[in-house]
Design a binder for this molecule. Structure first.
Ligand SMILES: Nc1ncnc2c1ncn2[C@@H]1O[C@H](COP(=O)(O)OP(=O)(O)OP(=O)(O)O)[C@@H](O)[C@H]1O
Length: 757
């Protein structure tokens, strides 16, 4: 015990975390160490995660309740205490899956849910996190025969949720994944003719619309986590609305004359909208007053703590809170929510550093990062049990916020921050998305807390005050109102639909629509009458942003798809290739000089990919994974980016093959011009002329930009540049820069004249 006390001294919890509890939930009688923690944290009871809560939280009123497993507050606290008294309980052997299924709160409402969905075209189902919506509802519907001969699709905003849910439901059904239960996510599918329950990302089902506009193979589409309001979910909701009208004999809503209509139906569609934190009324109205069902209760309680004062340095607070849990609390893994990769990497280093200083009688820590840019095999590592005797500490972005159950998680630490995509408009009428760190919403906070308490009682430590929680907006602004619509507009054009006319739950801004139209016109995907061109149709087949899809299409004209695929794969990876900061810039530049191409950064990227491939093939001195990592480190390159890029490239090559486009064609060693011309076709909006004072002026915009110090062209003066992105600091910098030829500039000038006529 003396050792532990000394350890706490090292971490020196802030006074804001050391204040007296504001309000106790009454389960303070546990171990001495637990009492100490309570003194440091302001302890409040969780309303939004409590077992029997059905109202008072801004969500469902009990009126529509069809099911309940209403544990009293006393009962909940009792079970939490039990867990603390016998720490081993957190790791107890799970009951057989059949028993687990029957114990879920949703199980009591099974018949009522099935009956309501049988009777209605559209049903909205709201139930607490962990009540069993996502895993059970599809199985109930299949077992009740409601799906007929069709497939039941369950959409998810994220890949990892779709694949892990399919795995879980396959276990529950006692079948292998890809048989009765399957999944389909970007570039990865596991289904067969016998698949009847299919977990699918919202992006994939939108893509399926391109080949089957009525989604005719599905008899039921369940839109899960609808509260997230991703752009793709909103697109799907709008399409489902019109598909129901067309497939269900023109009735469209869940009310009125349906019995008569039903007799004439051949292949009707049912839609179920689900979430734990949903504005049910809004969705109900949107679907013609669709029926709303509430599933009350959660299987295990989650106790929530807020800090007494706000935390300036959330990464540091997360680290201290983690070690407080690790040294004081019973066994159980910890999930920490952070906004992005950079914070995750920083915290990973700190947690690992301190774990080496733990006294011998304190268990070790297994730190696992979890963010979108990680390769799938590293993402799935979080689902494996911690090595014997260790505590798992998962550092995640909001990729782990909804839907998933991570075995072993008992504690959640919520920093209250996330990254949100936002559209920055330009005066040219076009714009781009950028990621901004911001405070989360109440809905996110509840979802994050809901990742604990899935296998037993859980605890959520919020690194923000209760007042801060109360002043958060209930849910995020729908993506359709804040991100660029270019990609979606292109997909809709392929479906023969008009973004302006589609019946969205929230309409997009006129400016965003105009900007998306302008960009697609510039890229040649639309003609003067806003109609889709054959080029636009080809572009839509590539799972790339339209600018890059245009570049790829152009590379086939210029005879260099092989090179362009390598470059675009790096640019499409979720993390940056160059590890770059002011301190190491000179050393990095020197060690990378051997890859440097005269024309600039794009050809340099190509040289790096080629060198990395040789290392992977074992041609260098560096062997194995560790050797590759060491090689990258020496050149200040990010290995994660390169390995992800090779995966992306393989997937894109597959798409080209399916479209009978020969991606093996190459311009040949040192032949930069075709590659740069192809890039210019896509990045037409991202070019600038040299000015007399050495700065550059955008061709398609008003801004004066400088070349970023990290660029290989930083101290060169070239007549025209094209760039990947602009970075706003004290001035505007162009990053990822290449020099383009005068003839290419002339082509661009002609293009610009034509555009402004
Ligand atoms: N992979 C898994 N391993 C172990 N148990 C699981 C797994 N997936 C789900 N469960 C169990 O099933 C319960 C219900 O999960 P499900 O995802 O269906 O709930 P939900 O109501 O959809 O929750 P959410 O709103 O958070 O998505 C979990 O709380 C957990 O007990």
């Amino acid at each position: 015990m003396a050792k532990v006390a000394a350890l706490k001294g090292i971490f020196n919890f802030r006074s804001s975390l050391s204040s007296t509890p504001k309000k106790s939930n009454g389960h303070g009688g546990g171990s001495g160490s637990h009492t100490k923690l309570k003194r440091r944290l302001s302890l409040i009871d969780s309303d939004e995660c409590a077992a029997s809560k059905g109202h008072g939280n801004g969500f469902p009123s009990p009126n529509g309740t069809i099911n309940g497993r209403p544990g009293s507050k006393k009962m909940r606290l009792q079970s939490a205490r039990d867990a603390e008294r016998s720490p081993a309980k957190g790791h107890k052997r799970q009951a057989p899956v059949k028993e687990q299924r029957e114990k879920l709160p949703i199980a009591l409402g099974r018949d009522a849910i099935v009956e309501e969905i049988r009777r209605n075209d559209v049903t909205i189902l709201v139930g607490e996190t962990g009540s069993g919506k996502t895993t059970q509802v599809p199985q109930y519907l299949l077992e009740a025969g409601i799906a007929g001969d069709g497939v039941i699709a369950i959409t998810q905003p994220r890949k990892v949720a779709a694949t892990s849910l399919a795995a879980r439901v396959a276990v529950e059904q006692g079948v292998p994944v890809g048989g009765l239960v399957g999944y389909s996510v970007r570039f990865d599918e596991s289904t067969s003719n016998s698949t009847r329950i299919k977990y699918v990302t919202d992006g994939m089902i939108i893509r399926e619309l391109l080949s089957d506009e009525l989604l005719s193979k599905y008899s039921i589409v369940i839109v899960d986590e609808a509260h997230e309001r991703t752009l793709r979910t909103d697109l799907l909701l709008a399409n489902l609305k019109s598909i129901i009208k067309r497939r269900n004999a023109g009735e469209g809503t869940s009310k009125g004359g349906k019995e008569k209509g039903r007799a004439q139906r051949t292949n009707p569609l049912k839609v179920v909208i689900m979430s734990a934190t949903l504005d049910a009324e809004k969705f109900s109205k949107y679907y013609g007053n669709a029926k709303v069902l509430y599933v009350q209760g959660r299987q295990h309680p989650v106790t929530i703590y807020h800090t007494a004062a706000s935390q300036q340095d959330y990464v540091d607070s997360a680290m201290r809170t983690f070690y407080q849990i690790h040294t004081d609390w019973p066994p159980g893994d910890v999930l920490i929510f952070l906004p992005g990769q950079e914070d995750i990497e920083n915290l990973e280093k700190s947690v690992e550093l301190y774990s080496k200083r733990l006294p011998v009688d304190i268990p070790g820590v297994a730190v696992l990062p979890m963010y979108a840019a990680l390769p799938p095999n590293q993402q799935s590592a979080i689902f494996a049990p911690a090595p014997h005797g260790m505590r798992k500490c998962i550092l995640a972005t909001n990729i782990a916020e909804t839907s998933i159950t991570i075995p072993g998680i008992k504690y959640v630490i919520d920093t209250g921050k996330c990254k949100e995509k936002r559209y920055i408009s330009r005066d040219t009428g076009t714009g781009f998305d950028t990621l901004l760190t911001k405070d989360i919403t109440q809905s996110s906070a509840m979802q994050r807390a809901g990742r604990a308490g899935r296998e037993g009682p859980g605890y959520c430590f919020r690194l923000y005050t209760e007042d801060a929680f109360k002043s958060m907006p209930l849910s995020a602004e729908p993506e359709i109102r804040r991100v660029t619509l270019t990609s979606s507009l292109l997909q809709l054009k392929c479906l023969g639909q008009d973004l302006e006319k589609l019946d969205f739950i929230d309409k997009p801004e006129q400016d965003s629509i105009a900007s998306a139209l302008a960009t697609l016109y510039l890229l040649g995907a639309l003609d003067d009458s806003k109609s889709l061109t054959p080029l636009g149709r080809t572009m839509a087949h590539f799972p790339l942003e339209p600018t890059y899809a245009r570049t790829l299409a152009a590379s086939f004209e210029h005879g260099c798809p092989s090179e362009i695929l390598s470059i675009l794969s790096v640019l499409s990876a979720s993390s940056k290739l160059f590890i770059d900061n002011t301190d190491t810039r000179e050393a990095a530049s020197e060690s990378r000089s051997k890859f440097r191409a005269v024309s600039g950064d794009h050809m340099t990227i190509l040289n790096i990919v080629k060198a990395y491939e040789e290392i992977r093939e074992g041609k260098g001195h560096e062997k194995g994974k560790a050797g590759r990592r060491e090689w990258c480190k020496r050149q200040f390159l990010n290995e994660r980016c390169l390995s992800e890029a090779l995966e992306i490239r393989a997937q894109l090559r597959g798409v080209c093959e399916r479209m009978k486009m020969d991606w093996t064609v190459s311009a040949g060693e040192g032949n930069d011009q075709p590659v740069l011309k192809s890039l210019l076709s896509g990045l037409v909006n991202q070019a600038a002329f040299l000015q007399a004072d050495g700065s550059y002026k955008q061709i398609m915009g008003p801004s004066i930009v400088k070349i970023h110090p990290s660029s290989s062209l930083c101290d060169k003066k070239v007549p025209v540049i094209l760039y990947d992105e602009l970075v706003y600091t004290s001035q505007i910098y162009a990053r990822g820069v290449s020099a383009i030829s005068r003839s290419a500039v002339q082509e661009l000038a002609v293009f610009k004249r034509r555009h402004s006529d």
